[in-house]
Ligand binder design. Structure first.
Ligand code: FRU
Length: 326
């Protein structure tokens, strides 16, 4: 259905291999289904930067109305985003940014703030020696840089805590283990490990466990998914001391795309709220997130049911029309 009322939105997703990305997609799909005029297509780049550039090129060539992108890495995606803008197709970047301000709008949490919150939490909960190891995400993706920046800004103001080492991970748990094991064998006297997401925080905990250090070290992560093995569950189990909520912003991104399409005024930098979650509030936050999730699922089921009814109605209607011809 290619009629004029259709709003074509292309979402270039970086990968589909973790629950955070899957939740982002799901919330965007549900929001899209609330707007019958929207035709949303998600292309998954499989964590391959060249593929992501091609995916966006395809959206441009097809003349979609708005592009949404979560850039795997900042630099290699910059030119194609700017090209899209030049051709008159607005681009919303979600979660990760490009290397310039040449996009229409950003939506996501403030990653510098995420890093600051993690550091403040560690500063105010340090009771032993204040020795910290930081594990970063993929350095060429903007949240890794920004979380690291915010984290170090706060640590600098508090000499009672000290960053002993930084491990450059790639957002996945496998990327931290070898390096961390070496570090901990060398110096087991670490009070906190801050990993820039929960998957790497879990990897760090598993490594510490191999060395019998998992109860001595406190682990802080980011994301706070309320899924199986997600950050909230890890906090409730006592694996993580805390996690910083990193909302996916799927619904919000879709709504922003529609605003842009409808030429409504928007702000360029759209920051989603974040919060630190530890044992004290894990249960409450989990309940709230689950409630939103359940509501989304119910909405989706209702919409699916309506569209079945509409199809039945449409076929009955054309049958009636056909009959009146005779
Ligand atoms: C998901 C993820 C999250 C992290 C975000 C950073 O793919 O790795 O865990 O918070 O990307 O962009």
């Amino acid at each position: 259905d290619d009629n004029a009322a259709t709003v074509k939105i292309g979402f270039s997703q970086g990968m589909n291999t973790d629950d955070w990305r899957r939740q982002l997609n799901k919330s965007m799909v549900i929001e899209a289904s609330l707007h019958p005029e929207v035709q949303l297509e998600i292309k998954d780049a499989n964590n391959n930067v060249q593929q992501q550039v091609k995916d966006i090129e395809k959206f441009i060539d097809r003349g979609v109305d708005v592009i949404i992108v979560s850039p795997i890495e900042a630099k290699p995606l910059t030119a194609v985003v700017e090209k899209s803008i030049k051709k008159g197709i607005p681009v919303i970047v979600v979660d990760r940014k490009i290397d310039s301000e040449g996009y229409t709008a950003y939506i996501g949490a403030d990653n510098i703030e995420v890093g600051r919150i993690a550091a403040k939490y560690i500063v105010s909960n340090s009771t032993v020696n204040g020795k910290i190891i930081e594990i970063t995400g993929l350095k060429t993706s903007s949240p890794a840089y920004e979380r690291g920046l915010g984290f170090s800004q706060i640590l600098k103001q508090h000499p009672q805590v000290k960053l002993i080492a930084t491990i450059n991970g790639n957002w996945e748990s496998g990327s931290v283990k070898v390096q961390l094991k070496k570090l901990l064998q060398n110096d087991p006297d670490i009070e906190f490990i801050f990993a820039q997401n929960d998957r790497m925080a879990l990897g760090a905990w598993e490594t510490a466990k191999e060395l019998g250090l998992e109860n001595k070290i406190k682990f802080v992560g980011v994301d706070a998914l309320s899924t199986q093995n997600g950050g909230i569950e890890l906090v409730k189990k006592g694996v993580l001391q805390a996690t910083i909520l990193y909302p996916t912003g799927g619904n919000e991104a879709l709504r922003l795309a529609l605003k842009i399409y409808n030429k409504e005024p928007i702000t360029k930098n759209n920051l989603l709220n974040t919060i630190v979650i530890d044992k004290i509030n894990a249960e409450i936050i989990e309940n709230q997130l689950d409630k939103v999730d359940q509501q989304q699922t119910v909405i989706k089921q209702q919409l699916d049911a309506i569209s079945v009814q509409e199809q039945e109605y449409a076929s009955q209607h054309s049958l009636v029309r056909l009959l009146t011809l005779f």
